[in-house]
Design a protein. Sequence first.
Length: 166
Amino acid sequence: MNYIHPTAIIGPNVTMGDGNYIGPYCVIGFPPEHKAYWVNQFGSGLVGEVVIGNNNVITGLVTIDSGTKLPTYIGSDNWFLKHSHVGHDATIGDNVTVSCGAKIGGHCRLRNGVNLGLNAVVHQRVIIPENCMIGMGAVITKKTQMIPQQKYAGNPAKWIGVNEKK
């Protein structure tokens, strides 16, 4: 059974597992912010899908765009804190934390155990490896070279050490 707050807006193109919490004013499954898929001058119409696994906490004011050709995919046991955003066609693994205000661009891949700090920004089409921690306010660009279980911070983000906390 899922809890969906009455103010949350969930598109008919969203499939979700069990045990999820969807908080106030979340918007999930509406058109991707992509010119080729923006259906008309008013942006109406649903294009792709969103698939959400089990036991996710999606607090409040979180937005998750629908996919274009492939679904936007959210794994299981994740936390999405207030004002965070997941762009179209993104794939989020399991046990991921997306802190308040963090933004994930379209086509990104966050592997299992990633932790995005407050207001971190991930450029589109970036892959963040397993168990990486991205610091508060960090900007992950296409040029950021990352390896699993490391910490990155700054603008642009740079390696700052091993992520010993899993």
